[in-house]
Design a protein around this ligand. Structure first.
Ligand code: NAD
Length: 476
């Protein structure tokens, strides 16, 4: 969290929302209806651990039910509180609208430090929390579908799905009650890395937008860009890995809980991740320069800053010192409303969270559809597609031989062309298409208006308009 003189996370989201609705012409009352959080459920439950009962506090918040099910991750962290969960649920509403995932917004959180418990204990805690939510229909394939967030991953999602099935033995769609499951438990290929992959696709979309690049002061594309990442967890790790391995970016700084590391030559992302998992942090990492106060690296010189850990890290106290021309909000709410204003004045372009990290919910949507249709994407068409492509290749080679031209299709072309699309290829293509279309819809507003709106406001304008259209259609 930022300094005390800043609004809370929830208020920050409202301030950004209000900035956008002030430019819209919504019917009286609708603005308020969209902004407010419909309901937040707080639960306290006990689990017998290490010979005594420990009490945990958890939340599930539903921001908007204009579409159902509502969707949003479950976070395990000691910092979880009602304000945070409600802010995150609101962001989910706007995010789903922006990328056209047909869900309302929700979010859950449990006050627990997962590093304090072993796997068996965590399973007991997760199942008990899931039980409390399932019996009140706050986890349900038709009403409320969680996913992973900070401190949770596919292991926790598999426990939740199993808990739901134990309590709803005849629900044939039970496995769709949660997304982000492992592939052997009803998950979809490409979900684990989806949010990081989405961050990469968002940057591809940005660097194809000449006007956007000009606004941020970039003259060349992604290749060679110097990047600093905060949080090498699920989202940060995958984003950093793809950008360095596939797009020629140099990850010159990594910030973790216990400090930061910096190397102008570029850090080995896989190596750092491995080090963190073995040594619980970056403090003892053998390469690069170390910074004990990791947050200082948010102000280090770089082209692109990727906050991918938690909210409120760029605040009024450090925003003026940020040197990056572009911030892509891989985390939810990393820039406070106060910092947002300072950065806008400095001309820094911010790719907002509701778009930047929407890859996760997009692929979660695909997983939910897969679960409801009970069949893997590509299973029916793949072989047929390959057979038809083989026919074309055979015919081309026959024509070439018969006419004496002697053309040869290169083995690389043949290999790529003949391969029918499997689940992973389809997921990537659907994600790429979603990120490109959503970028276009934001960029049209960003560049098309004459009142100089920033990209975040443009994203809110697009999202709120979609939510409003849904309410209008319902007659509300
Ligand atoms: P995660 O738990 O996998 O990773 C978080 C990382 O941040 C960890 O490596 C942790 O050590 C680090 N971290 C924690 N506190 C820090 C601090 N003070 N300074 C530096 N590093 C710190 O979580 P995640 O799933 O990668 O989520 C990260 C962010 O992305 C959250 O804001 C989350 O809401 C958002 N997000 C996640 C998903 C998803 O699919 N997992 C989807 C959309 C948005």
């Amino acid at each position: 969290m930022g300094p005390a003189n800043e609004p809370s996370f929830r208020d920050s989201v409202d301030i950004m929302f209000n900035r956008a609705v002030a430019l819209m012409d919504l019917p009286p009352g609708l603005e308020e209806k969209i902004r407010v959080c419909n309901a937040t459920y707080t639960v306290r439950f006990g689990v017998r651990l290490r010979g005594q009962i420990q009490t945990f506090t958890g939340y599930r918040s539903v921001h908007s039910e204009h579409m159902e099910p509502v969707k949003g991750g479950i976070r395990f962290s000691m910092a979880v509180n009602q304000d945070e969960v409600e802010a995150l649920a609101a962001l989910m509403t706007y995010k789903c609208a922006l990328v056209e995932a047909p869900f309302g917004g929700s979010k859950g959180g449990l006050c627990v430090d997962p590093r304090e418990y072993d796997e068996n204990e965590l399973e007991m805690i997760t199942r008990r929390f899931a039980y409390e939510l399932i019996k009140r229909d706050m986890i349900n394939p038709a009403q409320n579908v969680p996913a992973p967030d900070m401190g949770t991953g596919e292991r926790e999602m598999a426990w939740i799905a199993d808990q739901y099935k134990r309590m709803n033995t005849t629900d044939i769609n039970g496995v769709a009650c949660v997304t982000g499951k492992p592939t052997h438990a009803g998950g979809i290929q490409g979900r684990t890395e989806a949010t990081g992959r989405g961050v990469q696709y968002a940057l591809h979309a940005f660097f194809r937008d000449k006007e956007g690049m000009k606004k941020a002061g970039f003259k060349s594309g992604l290749d060679g860009k110097r990047v600093i990442v905060q949080g090498l967890g699920n989202v940060g790790f995958h984003a950093a890995k793809f950008l360095s391995e596939e797009d020629g970016c140099k990850i010159i700084g990594i910030i973790e809980r216990d400090g930061g590391i910096y190397d102008e030559k570029g850090l080995d992302v896989e190596g750092v991740r491995e080090w963190i998992s073995k040594h619980d942090g970056v403090a003892t990492y053998p390469n690069g320069t170390h910074e004990t106060d990791g947050a200082k690296l948010l102000e280090a010189d770089c082209d692109i800053l990727i906050p991918a850990a938690l909210e409120g890290v760029i605040h009024k106290g450090n925003a003026a010192g940020v040197k990056a021309q572009l911030i892509i909000e891989a985390a939810n709410g990393p820039v406070t409303a106060g910092a947002d204003e300072i950065l806008r004045d400095k001309g820094v372009v911010i790719i907002p969270d509701m778009y930047a990290n929407a890859g996760g919910v997009t692929v979660s949507y695909f997983e939910w559809v897969k679960n409801l249709s009970h069949i893997r994407f590509g299973r029916m068409q793949r072989r047929q597609e390959e057979t038809r492509h083989q026919l074309v290749v055979d015919e081309l080679e026959r024509l070439s031989a018969d006419s004496g031209i002697g053309w040869q299709l290169s083995p690389n072309f043949k290999e790529k062309y003949l391969r029918g699309a499997g689940e992973l290829e389809l997921v990537r293509s659907g994600l790429d298409d979603t990120m490109q279309s959503a970028y276009q819809s934001m960029a049209t507003v960003w560049h098309g208006r004459d009142d100089n709106v920033d990209l975040r406001t443009a994203a809110y304008l697009v999202a709120i308009e979609k939510v409003a259209a849904s309410y209008r259609a319902k007659g509300l």
